[in-house]
Design a protein around this ligand. Structure first.
Ligand SMILES: [Zn+2]
Length: 396
């Protein structure tokens, strides 16, 4: 087995993922840079990879460890990172993340599945009691007093292809909406990735609005969206039909038993410019007796997507929750604001997703060769820490 180290990750990022030029030229907007951009952009990737959580810890580490081990040429303070991230052009990072995904696809990183999915969903992060920035959404108490602020963004992730890779975010201000931000994000993702990269879009019921579905149509991507009571007429028509019918198919999903219903001739609601709507219902019977039922709508034809594949694609939406938001928040520190400035937060989030992409590709597709098990993200992080030497230690 190859032994993981930060130098090895950096070599992998620079050579296999072709990130050398990006690290040198990440859209740096500083006019008279004193610290090389490559140090600062690598530091923004290093933070999430080592789970540092704050620029102060990075500063400590750069003093404590061999800078060569860390991949840094000099030390710097958190003020340098703040100044830098205020001025980086986020579009440069977004283009590079998309290019990394395209390279991964060429290198057969994804399963030879029929479809690569793009999951879209929104969340909040970086709750703060500090003075508001333009992206701050007020949080009020029961009397209507503003007690703190939070930040909202929509994220897009590659799903359904054996490795979950979130790669872009679109923040939105108060007064803007989650699904409008989702529309902008989906358009940008497809424009950066090209029209043939993905095979479908999957989203929660919040995005099951005619404008969002039409955006996906215009981009040439079939869409799968959760159907809930926010579409009351369609939900009622589905219940009145499927509620009276026995399941059309039954199969196993892990230890669970799945019953499914599927029909492609429901009427669209008034603003939806589709001829018909296809809806699948699944009822999942878990071993402990719990039953989960969910309805999903799509414009995939039954010829192109059979019922069991429809079920699988609908389930791929959970990847953005579990391997996207949950991991980004619990493991990589997306909740923590490094510097409360709109562009800085966006740039930090985009670097964090790029770090997560590099870490996953390195761990799951590069280190994993032969029969030994894939290292968990935690094991990789611990191994990287153990490979660092303190300053002054004998290198022999
Ligand atoms: Zn703010």
């Amino acid at each position: 087995m190859k032994s993981p180290s930060l130098q090895s990750i950096r070599n992998y990022a620079c050579h296999t993922l072709a990130l050398t030029t990006f690290l040198d030229q990440p859209g740096d907007g500083r006019t008279q840079p004193k610290i090389p951009a490559a140090d600062l952009s690598w530091a923004l990737l290093l933070g999430p990879i080592l789970r540092l959580g704050s620029a102060n810890r990075l500063e400590w580490l750069a003093n404590f460890g061999h800078r060569k081990d860390l991949g840094l040429t000099r030390k710097f303070g958190d003020d340098a990172l703040a100044y830098f991230t205020e001025r980086v052009d986020p579009e440069v990072i977004r283009h590079r993340s998309a290019a990394t995904l395209k390279l991964a696809k060429c290198n057969k990183v994804f399963e030879e599945a029929a479809f690569i999915g793009l999951a879209i969903d929104g969340t909040g992060a970086g709750r703060t009691t500090k003075p508001a920035c333009p992206l701050c959404h007020p949080i009020k108490d029961s009397k209507g007093n503003v007690i703190s602020h939070n930040h909202h963004f929509v994220m897009v992730s590659v799903v359904g292809a054996g490795i979950t890779l979130p790669f872009d975010v679109e923040p939105y201000k108060p007064g803007d909406s989650e699904y409008a931000a989702g529309k902008r994000l989906l358009k940008r993702a497809v424009s950066h990735l090209g029209p043939r990269f993905a095979g479908y879009v999957v989203a929660d019921a919040k995005f099951a609005t005619a404008p969002f579905l039409h955006t996906s149509d215009q981009l040439g991507l079939p869409i799968i969206a959760r159907l809930k009571q926010n579409l009351p007429e369609l939900a009622a028509a589905v219940e009145s039909r499927f509620g009276r019918q026995p399941p059309m198919d039954t199969f196993s999903h892990g230890e669970d038993r799945i019953e499914v219903w599927d029909a492609d001739d429901f009427d669209p609601w008034e603003s939806l410019e589709w001829t018909t709507v296809r809806v699948m219902r699944y009822r999942q019977h878990k071993k402990d007796g719990t039953i989960i039922q969910a309805d999903w709508l799509t414009n995939f034809s039954t010829a192109k997507l059979r019922t069991r594949s429809f079920f699988k694609l609908a389930k791929s939406r959970w990847e953005i929750e579990n391997q996207g938001f949950n991991d980004a928040k619990n493991l990589y520190g997306v909740e923590h604001i490094q510097h409360h400035h709109p562009n800085s937060m966006l740039v930090n989030w985009l670097f964090l997703l790029l770090a997560l992409m590099i870490e996953r590709l390195y761990r799951i597709r590069y280190l994993h060769r032969g029969s030994h098990p894939v290292l968990t993200a935690m094991q990789l992080k611990d191994t990287l820490w153990l490979s660092l030497r303190p300053v002054g230690a004998d290198s022999s």
